[in-house]
Design a protein around this ligand. Structure first.
Ligand SMILES: Cc1cc2nc3c(=O)[nH]c(=O)nc-3n(C[C@H](O)[C@H](O)[C@H](O)COP(=O)(O)OP(=O)(O)OC[C@H]3O[C@@H](n4cnc5c(N)ncnc54)[C@H](O)[C@@H]3O)c2cc1C
Length: 426
């Protein structure tokens, strides 16, 4: 093997949407890629999400106005945000996250995320077609639902920003909402139909289709639990749970919520620390009643849930109910309160059959203090690349992350500005 061949060899750790996307994009540039995960591709956070791909997701949760609303959020927490005692362990992330709600940070983040979302949207479409699963994508937007005029008014600042970015939306009244989604109860006076948005009907199936594409392109998938990584004179090695050691010239860490713990468990020649937070979220599936449909995911702001029409693995119609944020330690036991409250709220607006047995799921949105994922080479660690921290939007932005990372690793001009995502900002 010559030097060029060796330098174009890489191992990607983590086979969620982000890792699989990095693997596919690197493979497309001629890299020899191995993908490592302790499970089959797409079984963790990239499985449990709401499947929404939207330009409106450029709005991070830490935005101007958060400081003013923080006292009431903490004193009278609503269904959107639950804070458990174990969240205190994340205080370093929390205060930095709140600090980044300032306008200067917000402006950089929204522009950066919009670029990443648009690049990802184009890439998703190309990959869905290549993997012959375009039928999983619905180009029908998504709906933000408001129970009364005052609630709608409180969203004016967000709507202004969507308008500034030229994101297509339409304001609906009760009647036009009813015409668009006839099965919804008449519980909403206003809705915002975000039209620059799409959704998929089974996120896990999409990750698996991309992973299959990667295998068909000559990639390797290795099933192993990674315990630590170590720098070597001419590359990197990763160690599995039995202590087995694997060498690679280049390594990508794309293990979503588990990425920072891996870096901490490894002896690295840097004291790099991101202080990642874990915005946990739950989902539950419900069988659809005969003839009851939604044409697109709905986001009920008062109920603090998203209800997405999906197909289960057998192809049956289900609704996936996903919750707002629970701040708690990543591995804390589940607490179903938020999910139960979301179910009660959702049942008031859409008739559904009983919950699908054993469908409850809990995952963590991995969130950096400035709400921007970390994409790039780790400072002082040549050959060690990072791709994690995609908060609420990693399913949609995985492909753009893969493209950007592959361009950086191949020393090419990049499709979007990489600086807002650079690890050295920490
Ligand atoms: C309730 C909820 C709703 C969401 N809705 C949306 C949405 O509508 N749209 C959107 O874009 N995003 C959404 N998200 C966010 C999105 O799901 C995540 O940002 C995204 O899935 C992160 O992808 P990932 O590949 O980084 O992580 P993951 O999908 O979690 O992948 C990480 C992989 O690392 C592997 N791994 C972990 N530890 C090890 C180890 N030691 N050894 C080997 N492998 C390991 C895991 O098995 C896993 O496969 C939502 C998240 C939640 C929780």
């Amino acid at each position: 093997m010559n030097l060029f061949e060796t330098s174009r060899q890489v191992t990607v750790l983590g086979a969620g949407m982000v890792g699989v996307s990095c693997a596919l994009a690197l493979q497309a540039k001629g890299w020899r890629v191995s993908l490592v995960d302790q499970q089959a591709p797409g079984e963790e956070t990239s499985h449990g999400n709401a499947g929404v791909l939207s330009r409106s997701s450029l709005l991070p949760f830490n935005r101007p106005g958060l400081w003013q609303s923080l006292p009431s959020m903490l004193l009278r927490p609503g269904p959107q945000l639950k804070i458990r005692a174990s969240a205190l362990a994340q205080w370093q992330w929390l205060w930095r996250f709140v600090w980044h709600a300032k306008r200067s940070s917000f402006e950089v983040t929204t522009v950066a995320l919009d670029g990443l979302i648009q690049l990802s949207s184009d890439t998703h479409r190309a990959w869905l077609k290549k993997a012959q699963v375009e039928n999983r994508l619905r180009d029908t937007g998504w709906l933000w639902l408001y129970a009364h005029a005052a609630a709608f008014e409180s969203g004016a600042a967000s709507r202004e920003i969507l308008q500034e970015f030229g994101i297509a939306t339409e304001v609906l009244n009760a009647a036009s909402l009813q015409a668009l989604e006839p099965h919804l109860a008449p519980a909403f006076s206003h809705a915002l139909w975000v039209k620059d948005a799409a959704s998929v009907d089974n996120p896990r199936a999409v990750v698996k289709a991309y992973a299959k594409q990667f295998l068909e392109g000559g990639g390797h998938i290795v099933q192993a639990q990674v315990r630590a990584i170590q720098q070597q004179p001419n590359g990197w090695q990763w160690v599995n749970q039995e202590g087995g050691v694997h060498w690679t010239p280049n390594l990508v860490v794309a293990m979503g919520p588990w990425s920072e713990s891996l870096l901490e468990a490894s002896q690295l020649p840097t004291n790099f620390k991101i202080n990642m937070g874990f915005e946990r979220g739950y989902h539950r599936h419900f069988q659809a009643l005969d003839g009851v449909r939604l044409g697109r995911p709905i986001y009920d702001l008062a109920g603090a849930y998203v209800l997405s029409p999906m197909k289960d693995d057998q192809g049956a119609d289900v609704f996936r109910l996903s919750t707002g944020v629970e701040l708690a330690a990543r591995d804390d036991a589940p607490n179903l309160q938020q999910l139960e409250a979301a179910e009660n709220a959702a049942r008031r607006v859409l008739p559904m059959k009983s919950a699908v047995p054993d469908s409850d799921w809990l995952g963590s949105r991995p969130t950096t203090p400035d709400s921007r994922p970390v994409i790039g080479e780790m400072p002082n660690c040549p050959g060690l690349w990072l791709a994690f921290g995609h908060q609420h939007i990693g399913f949609s932005t995985g492909p753009g992350t893969g493209v950007l990372l592959s361009e950086l690793m191949s020393s090419e001009a990049t499709s979007i500005d990489p600086r807002p995502f650079a690890p050295n900002r920490y």
